[in-house]
Write a protein that binds this ligand. Structure first.
Ligand code: 2PG
Ligand code: MG
Length: 431
C-alpha cells in the first residue's frame, strides 16, 4: 500500500536533547509514527546520527536538518516510488542516501521513517507490531528476559567509576510482572544501602540507575550483591556493561586507577566472575581490540555471555568477523546503530545463524516510544536491556512487555545459565 504522507518533528529525549519523530500515512488511511533514541557511549562503527551543529541551538544537537530530510527528500522519494514492503522501503532509503551508514541524510531520520512505516503496515493489517516483525524475520515470538539497570558509572553517570552499568536479572521469575516485582525489591534495597553507605538519596544516572561514588568496580559489584541479599530475593544474577572502549587509549586500559593491557583486563573480569554471580559481560574489551576478544571469550566460555555492543555496532560485517574470530557469543542489537529495521534484522539473522544469544537494547537517551519491546518480542530475543525501573522512557517499554505478555499469552522468559556452552540447566549457584 503506497505512502501518501510523511511528516516529522523534532522532539526531546530523556536527557532533554532533541531527537527525531516521523509520522507516516498510507493510502489506506493507516498511520504510523516512531521516535528514535540516542546513545552517549557510542561505538565508532555506528551509523551516522545527523545533528544540526548550530552551537546557538541545543548546543549543536538540534535535529532540524534530519526533520527537514524526512519532510523533503525522504517524503518525495517515498511518495514517488510507492515502496510495496518493508525491505523495498529500507533498501530504497539506503540507496537514496547513497553512503555507508546514512552519512548524508542521517540514520536517526532513516530509522524513524523505517519504524513509522512498520507501525503503519502492522496497523493496516490489524496486527501488533511484534507480530509484523516476527513475520518479517521468520522468528517465533517470545517474551525476553530483561536485564535491569541498578548502578551506573562511566559515560552514563559522573565517571566516578569506569564500569558503565551493573544490571540485575532475576533468572527464575517466570513472567515480566514477576521480574519487575523482584527488581523493585532489589532496587529499593540498593537505594537504602546507598543512602546508608554514601549518605545519598536516589541520585540517578542517565538510565535511572543509582550512581554513588564507588571507589572501584569490585565495590560496585559487591554493593549489587549486598542489595540482592538485603532484598531477600533468590536467583538474581548480575549482568555488566564494562563499555571498555571508553577507557581504552592507544592499547592501554585505565581502570580503577591502574593501567592494564588486554590480558590484565581479562584477568580482572575473570576475578569478578569468580566472586560475583555475573552471567553476562558486555564490551569487556575495546571495540578495536580484536586480538583480545577471542581470549576474553575463551576465558568467559561456560561462565558468562561474551556480549558485543561497540565491538559489533549491529553491523553484519563486524558480526561476521567476530563469528569467524570466535570473538563473542552474543549480540547487543540496537536498531539506531544501523538505521533501518531491515538492517537490524540482517544483523539479528547473522548472529542467530552463528548460534549466538540476542540482547535487544535501548539507548541511554530514550523517548516514551515503546517499539523496542515489540522488536524484542517479535525477534524472540533472549534478553532485553532497557535501563532501570524508575523513569517513564524506560517504563513505557517494560509496561508494553507486560501488556504483550497479558494480551497474547506468549512464552515466559527463559532462565539462562552462564555462557553458551553451559546448556540450559545445571547452574547451581543461581538455584
Ligand atoms: C550501551 C548503551 C545502553 P548508550 O552502552 O549499551 O546502556 O548506552 O546508549 O549510551 O550507548
Ligand atoms: Mg554497551
Amino acid at each position: 500500500m503506497s505512502i501518501i504522507e510523511v511528516d516529522a518533528l523534532e522532539v526531546l529525549d530523556s536527557r532533554g536533547r532533541p531527537t527525531v519523530k516521523a509520522m507516516l500515512t498510507l493510502a489506506s488511511g493507516a498511520r504510523g509514527s516512531a521516535s528514535v533514541p540516542a546513545g552517549a557511549s557510542t561505538g565508532a562503527a555506528e551509523a551516522f546520527e545527523l545533528r544540526d551543529g548550530d552551537p546557538r541551538r541545543f548546543r549543536g544537537m538540534g535535529c532540524l536538518k534530519a526533520v527537514g530530510h524526512l519532510r523533503g527528500e525522504f517524503a518525495d522519494w517515498a511518495l514517488a516510488e510507492a515502496p510495496e514492503d518493508q525491505a523495498t522501503l529500507d533498501a530504497g532509503i539506503r540507496e537514496l542516501d547513497g553512503t555507508d551508514g546514512f552519512a548524508r541524510l542521517g540514520a536517526n531520520a532513516a530509522l524513524a521513517l523505517s519504524l513509522a512505516y512498520a507501525r503503519a503496515r502492522a496497523g493496516e493489517r490489524g496486527i501488533p507490531l511484534w507480530r509484523y516483525i516476527s513475520e518479517l524475520a521468520g522468528t517465533k515470538p517470545a517474551i525476553p528476559l530483561p536485564m535491569i539497570n541498578l548502578f551506573s558509572g562511566g559515560k552514563h553517570a559522573g565517571g566516578q567509576v569506569e564500569l558503565q552499568d551493573v544490571q540485575v536479572m532475576p533468572l527464575q521469575a517466570g513472567s515480566t510482572s514477576k521480574v519487575l516485582a523482584t527488581v523493585f525489591d532489589v532496587f529499593t534495597a540498593a537505594a537504602e544501602l546507598v543512602h546508608r553507605r554514601y549518605g545519598m538519596r536516589m541520585l540517578r544516572a542517565d538510565e535511572g540507575g543509582l550512581a554513588p561514588p564507588f571507589s572501584d568496580a569490585a565495590e560496585m559489584l559487591q554493593c549489587a550483591v549486598d542489595a540482592i541479599s538485603r532484598s531477600g530475593r533468590q536467583g538474581v544474577a548480575l549482568t555488566v556493561d564494562v563499555a571498555a572502549s571508553h577507557f581504552w587509549n592507544a592499547g592501554t586500559y585505565q581502570i580503577d586507577g591502574t593501567e592494564l593491557d588486554s590480558a590484565g583486563v581479562i584477568d580482572l573480569i575473570s576475578g569478578w566472575i569468580d566472586r560475583f554471580p555475573i552471567v553476562s559481560i558486555e564490551d569487556g574489551l575495546a571495540e578495536e581490540d580484536w586480538d583480545g576478544w577471542p581470549q576474553l571469550r575463551t576465558v568467559l566460555n561456560g561462565r558468562a555471555m561474551t556480549l558485543g555492543d561497540d565491538l559489533l555496532c549491529t553491523n553484519v560485517a563486524r558480526i561476521n568477523r567476530a563469528v569467524a574470530a570466535r570473538a563473542a557469543d552474543a549480540l547487543l542489537l540496537k536498531a539506531n546503530q544501523v538505521g533501518t529495521l531491515t538492517d537490524a534484522l540482517a544483523a539479528f539473522q547473522a548472529a542467530r545463524a552463528a548460534g549466538w544469544r540476542i540482547v535487544v537494547s535501548a539507548r541511554s537517551g530514550e523517548t516514551e516510544d515503546d517499539w523496542l519491546a515489540d522488536l524484542a518480542v517479535g525477534l524472540g530475543a533472549d534478553h532485553i536491556k532497557i535501563g532501570s525501573i524508575t523513569q517513564s522512557e524506560r517504563l513505557a517499554k517494560y509496561n508494553r512487555l507486560v501488556e504483550i505478555e497479558h494480551l497474547w499469552k506468549l512464552p515466559s522468559p527463559l532462565p539462562v545459565v552462564r555462557g553458551d556452552d553451559a546448556g540450559r540447566s545445571g547452574s547451581s549457584w543461581c538455584d
